[in-house]
Write a protein that binds this ligand. Structure first.
Ligand code: NHW
Ligand code: EN5
Length: 388
């Protein structure tokens, strides 16, 4: 069934329930001198290219490939439309390797037809911090599908990760592969219900009118929590402490230092938004919330071309109730003109989803780790990792 994935060091379906297998690397690292020195072979009409995302032209080519060919929902009504600034941010964290930003071009036209990327990350699994690659933005042009190009891209990124002496990776997908460490549910909170209904993202509930629906999802004009404000550069040490302490309770979570927090959580216009609560009395940073901006193209609608979605990222409530903090996040997202606020049922999100009028979506997200066995499938609430 999985001719490619059966050959890879990942959990296999036949081993589910094998409780005796040890936790940790599936395969030991090999000496770097034994890592294949040449790229894998592509069909002869295609060639490898390393994509320098600092180049305006290259970044634009990757953007256009993804805009036209990346992930769609199961009814092909919406397609992710990551912005150029977002892609540059996502691919340039501390310690990134340009060699992990891998494209495939048609030799004749030089057109970019496929892409895969990795970025370095330290991810803690129980009490062990593991250097990993986070793999994302795997994309093959629609006209080149089902030709087994994806396995070649995956093997090539694996080889280039190995050349940096890194032997594990984390990735997510909407499809089931061998084998998820956990499966998460997408939840959606309408901010602009009329547009969501008009474009087919959501439906008018039974015994509901449009005006009742609009009223149902109405939010206050301003956040309620005293001391709620945008995160700034000088907050990085306090946010890092708060976040590290919070993430320590999850079985799998990133091991963020101050440089990571500055990159991933300091607000970047139209990419990532972060807010915190500074106690008006003590000036202590007690709570934090964040979301990233990921619009989707609306495929074939007369009136609208883009759905503006915010995705819940990392949130920590130590003093303010999480429910109130996330209600404030919804309020600021609404002020910023987002149509919908999306969240996964990771970390403690289940504690606010229903009360804040999120509803379950038709999509799921499966999380995977390459070359690292985790003893049993996790609950989504045991996961402290959000990938873009
Ligand atoms: S998930 C988003 C992936 N992208 C999309 O869905 C975009 C739209 N679709 C496409 O572009 C986030 C194509 O359909 C793709 C597959 C390219 C998905 N992950 O070339 P073939 C990520 O980026 C397997 C992994 O004929 P295709 C995460 C499939 O099971 N494998 O298919 C990426 C089959 O193998 P099998 C996937 O439709 C993580 C084989 O590909 C997959 O033309 C990558 C078929 O290939 C997916 N999402 O192209 C892994 N979708 O064994 C990283 C399909 O079942 C691993 N497949 O026969 C770690 C590497 C680093 C390690 C470092 C130590
Ligand atoms: C890795 N970084 O299916 C990315 N999205 O529910 C790869 N559904 O938006 C992983 N089908 O339920 C990709 N509206 C996996 C996700 C792929 C995209 C995807 C789902 C997630 C989605 C929407 C639209 C469905 C359109 C028809 C959905 C219902 C919203 C409703 C609002 C009111 C309360 C009830 C729910």
């Amino acid at each position: 069934k999985h001719k490619f994935w059966e050959t890879q060091p990942v959990g296999q379906f036949k081993d589910i329930g094998e409780t005796n297998l040890p936790e940790g690397p599936i395969e030991a690292p090999t000496p770097l001198s034994e890592v294949k020195q040449e790229p894998y072979n592509l069909p002869s009409a295609y060639e490898w290219t390393t994509c320098d995302m600092n180049s305006e032209d290259t970044c634009n080519e990757v953007y256009i490939l993804l805009k036209n060919n990346y992930v769609e929902d199961d009814e092909n009504m919406f397609r992710f439309n990551y912005s150029k600034e977002f892609l540059r941010w996502a691919l340039h964290p501390p310690g990134y390797y340009t060699s992990w930003h891998i494209g495939v071009r048609a030799k004749a036209s030089k057109k970019l037809v496929a892409f895969i990327s990795g970025v370095p990350a330290r991810i803690r699994v129980r009490d062990e911090v593991v250097k990993m690659a986070e793999i994302n933005f795997l994309c093959v042009h629609k006209k080149l599908r089902s030709k087994r190009l994806a396995p070649v891209l995956i093997k090539e990124v694996t080889r280039r990760v190995h050349l940096e002496n890194i032997w594990q990776a984390a990735y997510t997908a909407g499809v089931v592969l061998p084998t998820p460490i956990t499966t998460c549910q997408y939840w959606h909170r309408s901010l602009n219900p009329k547009k969501l209904i008009d474009v087919g993202f959501s439906r008018l509930g039974a015994r509901m009118t449009m005006s009742r629906t609009i009223k149902l999802y109405k939010l206050p004009d301003a956040p309620a929590t005293p001391g709620f404000r945008k995160m700034e550069l000088h907050d990085v040490p306090a946010v890092t402490r708060l976040l590290r302490n919070y993430l320590s309770q999850f079985i799998v979570a990133p091991d963020f230092d101050e440089n990571d927090v500055e990159h991933w959580l300091l607000p970047t216009e139209d990419v990532v938004d972060s807010f915190l609560v500074e106690s008006p009395e003590t000036h202590e940073i007690t709570d934090f919330c964040s979301f990233y901006t990921l619009p989707s193209s609306i495929l074939g609608n007369q009136n609208y071309s883009t759905l503006k979605a915010a995705y819940s990222y990392y949130n920590v409530a130590s003093k303010t109730p999480l429910l109130q903090l996330m209600n404030d996040a919804l309020i600021v997202a609404k002020q910023k003109d987002f149509d919908v606020f999306n969240a996964l049922d990771v970390m403690q999100n289940e504690s606010f989803l229903k009360e804040l009028k999120f509803g379950p979506g038709d999509g799921q997200l499966h999380y995977y780790v390459y070359n690292y066995r985790i003893r049993q499938t996790l609950k989504s609430s045991e996961l402290g990792l959000v990938l873009l």
